[in-house]
Design a binder for this molecule. Structure first.
Ligand code: MN
Ligand code: MN
Length: 327
């Protein structure tokens, strides 16, 4: 059982109940709205009206749950059982408002605020990338401005789309910076064509650090991730926003705006493991669009594993005294 906890939450035992049986929840954890003694909650946000190209990310949470059935209780590569030191549940989905982005943001904030009141860290499953903005609003209220690693092939800090629309999956990061929700911001995996040479000016003007995909391929994951994490003090709150399109479409083609030349699945997993020792207070994986997936659901499968690796990081940190919510 996790330290100082009355409850001991576990996955459904696959030796008693086969993995393909029962209703799909994340990692076969309980579907639970009582967050007392719960350290981390998987939260689905099935909203994709912020997309600018292919939609379908509204189906992300249910597909990721379905493809998380194989996640087992021990991670040998990090020598940790994430559910030994953390109580983790599936919160279910935010009741978003299809077609109405600001109303949806309110719903997301309402649920994330509830998590924060219970000192429960969110693993947010999108949905398109616009939903990171309301999540960070609530995290910043709890923790103060959070440092951010934004894995993506896209910059996501354009000012507007469609003649003046400020809230889309391509503009959320500019709103986050304007609202003062973040400390140090690093973007990782950027690639692909852009609208113009001035696209990156916002990064230069606001001290946002861009790590292009070339660094990962040329220098390797280990060195590149070390250079990234060394920009943050390890005990400051760090949020990870992971757009699945940072991974190459050969491995994760089920996404709205795919870009070639990305990370492999293995590199993605390694990038998350490199965060052990840094105080991660939440994570999202967004832009999984299951209607474009291979029949076996490879993109959703990867997303499920990214969450699992992050849980392993959070569990290792907790065991080593680096609490998600200190004090
Ligand atoms: Mn993207
Ligand atoms: Mn994005």
């Amino acid at each position: 059982m996790p330290k100082n906890r009355q409850r001991d939450v576990r996955q459904r035992d696959a030796m008693t109940s086969p993995r393909f049986a029962q209703i799909a929840t994340f990692a076969r954890l309980p579907y639970e709205r009582d967050l007392s003694d719960i350290d981390v909650a998987f939260v689905g946000v099935p909203f994709d009206d912020g997309t600018t190209f292919r939609s379908g990310a509204r189906m992300g949470p249910s597909a990721v749950r379905e493809h998380s059935r194989l996640l087992r209780p021990y991670n040998p590569f990090m020598n940790v059982g994430p559910f030994d030191s953390l109580n983790v549940v599936d919160w279910g989905d935010v009741d978003i408002v299809p077609g109405f982005i600001l109303e949806t943001f309110e719903k997301v904030q309402h649920d994330i605020m509830f998590l924060m009141e219970h000192r429960t860290a969110p693993l947010v499953c999108g949905g398109d990338h616009s939903i990171t903005l309301p999540v960070l609003r609530e995290l910043a209220k709890q923790h103060g401005p959070v440092n951010l690693i934004h894995f993506d092939s896209h910059l996501d800090f354009w000012d507007e789309y469609w003649d003046g629309q400020k809230y889309t999956h391509g503009t959320w990061l500019r709103r986050v910076v304007e609202e003062g929700l973040t400390g140090v911001v690093v973007q990782a995996g950027i690639r692909g064509s852009q609208y113009g040479a001035s696209d990156m000016d916002f990064a230069h003007d606001h001290n946002i650090d861009i790590t292009f995909i070339d660094d990962f391929h040329r220098h390797g994951i280990e060195l590149t991730m070390k250079r990234i994490v060394d920009r943050f003090p390890a005990d400051q709150p760090l949020y990870i926003s992971w757009d699945i399109d940072v991974v190459d479409p050969a491995f994760a083609g089920a996404t709205g705006t795919p870009e070639v030349g990305g990370l492999t699945s293995w590199q993605a997993i390694q990038a998350i493991r490199a965060l052990a020792g840094w105080r991660v207070v939440g994570m999202d994986v967004v832009e999984v669009s299951p209607p474009y997936d291979a029949p076996g659901g490879q993109t959703s499968l990867l997303a499920a594993n990214l969450f699992y690796e992050m849980l392993s990081v959070m569990a290792r940190n907790t065991e080593e005294g680096l609490a998600i919510f200190p004090g």
